[in-house]
Design a binder for this molecule. Structure first.
Ligand code: NIG
Ligand code: FE
Length: 415
C-alpha cells in the first residue's frame, strides 16, 4: 500500500521527459500527454496509461487521487538556495531600494558577515526549526527537492552545524535536500588580510571532515572580485575535486571576472548567477556539460540587469532556474515570481522555464536520472495544478496555483 498511487483523470501531463539535461532548442520541448493516468509503485513511476485503458492492477493496494482534468508536472527542483541561517537583513533591502548597492552594504560591515554573526550564535535545534519552516513554504510552492548551502559559519563548528542541520532535515522532511559546502562564501573577520591562510584552513581542516562524514556532495565558492578571485577559487576547487567533491560556483555575479570560464575549465556541475558572463564564457558553457543556473529573483532584488538567459539558450546552453533563497540578496522562495521574471524580463518561453525548473534543475544537482521528469522508473515527485493547463502558471501572474504535491508517491501537501 505504502507509496503505491494512481493519479487518474490527468487532463494534461507535462512530462519534461528525459534522463539528461536539455540544451538549447531542446528546452522548448515539454513532451505533453493528454488524458492519462499515472501508476506509481513503491514511490517510483511504473506506468503512464491512457485514461481510456483499463487499469491492470488491484485498486485495493493503491491510494487513488483524481486529478479532475487538471495539469500534472514534475515537482520543482530548486537547485540553488542558502536556506539554513539565523537572523534577517530587512534593512539592507530597504537601503537597496533607496540606491545603496549590495557591495556597498557589504563594505559597510553588513552583508554576509551580518548573517555569519547571527548564525554562529544559533544552536542546531534553532537552525533545524528555522529550516523546517522554510522547507514547509517551499513544499507549498511545489518544490520537492532543494539544494542548500553552508557558508554562514566560516568556522569549522558552524559550517559543520549547518550541514548537519540539513542532514537531519533531509531525514525528517518530505523535501529532499542536496547539501553544498560553501566555506568560501566570504573571508571571516578573524582572517582579515590572510585570505590564503583561510583557504588553507578550509582545505586542510574543514574539507576532510566534510568529505569523511559525507556532509556535502558539492563544493561551491563565491568567485567574485574582492571576495575570492579566479585563481583563489581554482586553488580551492581543484583540491575539493581531488577529494571527491562535485563543484559549483557563484560566478560573474557582480563583476565579470571569468568565473564562468573557470567553471567550464574545472568541469563544474553548474555555474550560477552569471549576470556578467562574457560572450566567451557563454560559448564555453554551450560547449560544456556545465549547467548555467540563473537566479532572476536575485537580479531583481539587487536591482541588477538579468543574466543573458535568452542568448545562453540560443547558443545551446543548458539553463536551470533557481530561487537563490537567502537572507541577503534574495529573500523569496516564490516560484510564481521566478516564472514571471524569467518569462517577462529574461524573454524565456514558459516551456523553457518549466524545463529549467525540473529536468535541468535536477541535472544541476547531478540527479537527472532519478528526478526532474515524469518517466517510467523515476521517483514519483509530482505536482497537480488547480487548472487544466501549464499555461496558467504564467497567466495567473504571481500566484501559487499548485493544488497537491506528491513526494515519492505520497500526497504530502494540499493547498
Ligand atoms: O547567492 N553572492 C553570494 N551569496 C548569496 C548571497 C549571500 C548573502 O548576501 O547572504 C547569493 O546571492
Ligand atoms: Fe547563492
Amino acid at each position: 500500500m505504502r507509496n503505491n498511487l494512481i493519479i487518474k483523470n490527468i487532463g494534461e501531463l507535462v512530462t519534461c521527459s528525459g534522463f539528461t539535461s536539455k540544451k538549447g532548442s531542446e528546452m522548448q520541448e515539454l513532451h505533453i500527454l493528454k488524458d492519462v493516468s499515472i501508476i506509481v509503485e513503491k514511490g517510483v513511476i511504473k506506468e503512464i496509461i491512457s485514461s481510456k485503458e483499463q487499469l491492470g492492477c488491484d485498486f485495493e493496494n493503491y491510494e487513488i487521487i483524481d486529478a479532475e482534468g487538471c495539469c500534472v508536472l514534475p515537482g520543482f527542483v530548486d537547485s540553488h538556495t542558502h536556506f539554513i541561517f539565523s537572523g534577517y537583513r530587512e534593512e539592507e533591502f530597504y537601503l537597496r531600494v533607496k540606491g545603496t548597492s549590495y557591495m556597498e552594504i557589504m563594505k559597510r560591515g553588513g552583508g554576509i558577515a551580518n548573517t555569519v554573526n547571527n548564525t554562529r550564535e544559533a544552536s542546531k535545534e534553532e537552525l533545524i526549526e528555522l529550516g523546517k519552516r522554510r522547507l514547509d513554504d517551499m513544499l507549498k510552492m511545489g518544490i520537492t527537492t532543494v539544494e542548500g548551502k553552508s557558508g554562514y559559519g566560516l568556522d569549522l563548528n558552524t559550517e559543520v552545524l549547518q550541514l548537519k542541520a540539513m542532514k537531519d532535515l533531509d531525514k525528517s522532511h518530505a523535501v529532499d535536500i542536496v547539501s553544498t559546502f560553501l566555506g568560501a562564501h566570504a573571508l571571516p573577520k578573524e582572517y582579515t588580510g590572510r585570505k590564503k591562510e583561510y583557504l588553507d584552513f578550509i582545505i586542510n581542516e574543514v574539507l576532510p571532515i566534510v568529505t569523511n562524514e559525507e556532509l556535502a556532495e558539492f563544493c561551491d565558492v563565491f568567485c567574485e572580485k574582492n571576495v575570492f578571485e579566479v585563481d583563489e577559487s581554482r586553488y580551492l576547487l581543484e583540491r575539493a575535486k581531488s577529494m571527491g567533491m562535485k563543484l559549483k560556483l557563484h560566478a560573474d555575479e557582480i563583476e565579470g571576472i571569468g568565473g564562468t570560464e573557470l567553471a567550464c575549465e574545472l568541469k563544474a556541475v553548474s555555474a550560477d548567477h552569471l549576470l556578467q558572463a562574457s560572450d566567451n564564457g557563454i560559448k564555453a558553457l554551450a560547449a560544456s556539460n556545465t549547467i548555467a543556473t540563473l537566479l532572476p529573483c536575485t537580479a531583481f532584488s539587487l536591482k541588477e540587469s538579468y543574466a543573458r538567459g535568452r542568448k545562453m539558450i540560443d547558443e545551446g546552453c543548458a539553463v536551470a532556474l533557481a530561487t537563490d533563497f537567502n537572507p541577503g540578496s534574495c529573500f523569496t522562495q516564490s516560484i510564481p515570481l521566478l516564472i514571471a521574471l524569467a518569462c517577462y524580463n529574461m524573454n524565456l518561453s514558459l516551456e523553457e522555464v518549466i524545463n529549467a525548473l525540473t529536468i535541468n534543475g535536477a541535472a544541476a544537482l547531478n540527479r537527472e536520472k532519478i528526478i526532474g521528469s515524469i518517466d517510467k522508473g523515476k521517483q514519483a515527485d509530482l505536482i497537480i495544478l488547480k487548472y487544466p493547463s501549464y499555461k496558467f502558471m504564467l497567466y495567473n501572474l504571481g500566484t501559487n496555483i499548485v493544488n497537491k504535491v506528491i513526494k515519492k508517491g505520497v500526497l504530502v501537501k494540499e493547498n
